[in-house]
Design a protein around this ligand. Structure first.
Ligand SMILES: NC(=O)c1ccc[n+]([C@@H]2O[C@H](COP(=O)([O-])OP(=O)(O)OC[C@H]3O[C@@H](n4cnc5c(N)ncnc54)[C@H](OP(=O)(O)O)[C@@H]3O)[C@@H](O)[C@H]2O)c1
Length: 290
């Protein structure tokens, strides 16, 4: 596997903590060129310094972007393209849409979108759209979007897809994670069988990270502190995602949902073609890409 990853180039969003940071480190371990995307200047520069020391010969960069905002996503895509050009690398071999958030109270972005909807769904949708020309230059590119087991047992509330009228934090999170799988399946349908770009959704399991501690509520933080104790280390979860980037069998596999490197049956709702088409059209309008 190490051989395969040498000189491949990947983008990992949410690469300043948790699963994304662990994915970034494991890709660097395998000799890949890696661009991390993060929102905090301090955390990005801190990780860049630490990782540059640990991997002195690696091609490694961080792009600063608040993925809640569409101009931020577009700017990140431009900076990624500039970084590839500076490295004299023509193609992007993989995009890991990992950045995610859980917000106990509803907050709206400056563009008026629900923050969970914007970060967890619209940002992967738009970033993938913007980076597709670079991905299509690779002989075998992968788009991995980190979903969650919480996508089971829910459906989209089409009449109020961002839950702007009746917010429920867990329902909002579940909907975005369901949207990740719907987006993945629809992306593959739109790319077609001949495409060299393949999309999969990854279920990372319950992972011992700080995601719930950033939820903006003492109650949610307390629940998560108890819950995360039963979680697996981020490194274990990341290993499954890195496998998906390198598994030679993946392009010929019909499966769209994977957990720890193995296919798993998603919520059947996520495979419904009408739902996939409808979500795509809504997302394209929301991001101005349609
Ligand atoms: N932990 C679990 O049990 C679990 C289970 C299922 C799915 N997931 C999914 O796994 C993914 C990673 O989560 P994690 O558990 O590793 O949590 P995490 O440690 O909080 O990592 C989330 C990453 O996303 C970044 N991020 C959040 N909002 C952002 C924004 N507006 N712009 C740019 N970056 C932003 C965070 O940046 P900061 O470092 O600045 O906060 C962080 O790097 C998420 O998509 C999550 O939904 C996690």
């Amino acid at each position: 596997m190490e051989e395969q990853q040498v000189k491949k180039t990947y983008v990992v969003t949410g690469a300043t903590s948790g699963i994304g940071l662990a994915v970034m480190e494991q890709l660097l371990d395998r000799g890949a060129n890696v661009i991390g995307v993060g929102r905090s200047p301090d955390r990005c520069s801190g990780q860049l310094e630490r990782l540059s020391e640990a991997y002195p010969r690696a091609r490694l960069a961080y792009v600063l972007a608040d993925l809640a905002l569409q101009p931020g996503v577009r700017k990140a895509a431009r900076q990624i393209a500039e970084t590839l050009a500076a490295w004299q690398v023509e193609a992007l071999d993989g995009l890991v849409n990992n950045a995610g958030t859980f917000a106990y109270w509803q907050t709206l972005t400056a563009e008026g979108f629900d923050t969970q909807w914007a970060v967890n769904h619209l940002a992967p949708f738009l970033l993938t759209h913007e980076l597709l020309p670079l991905l299509e230059r690779s002989p075998d590119a992968r788009v991995i979007t980190v979903s969650s087991a919480s996508h089971y047992g829910t459906k989209l509330r089409w009449e109020d897809i961002q839950l702007l009228e009746r917010y429920n934090p867990l329902r909002a999170y579940k909907q975005t994670k369901l949207a990740n799988v719907l987006f993945t399946a629809e992306l593959n349908r739109r790319l077609g069988d001949q495409s060299r770009v393949r999309a999969v959704a990854a279920d990372p399991g319950l992972v011992n990270t700080g995601i719930g501690e950033k939820a903006g509520s003492r109650f949610a933080r307390w629940i998560w502190l108890l819950r995360r104790r039963g979680g697996i280390p981020a490194e274990r979860s990341a290993a499954g995602i890195v496998d998906l980037l390198s598994d030679p069998a993946l392009p010929n596999s019909p499966h769209v949902y994977w957990k720890h490197g193995k296919p798993k049956r998603p919520n059947p709702y996520a495979l419904d073609q009408d739902h996939g088409w409808r979500l795509w059209e809504i997302s394209a309008r929301m991001t101005g890409t349609g």
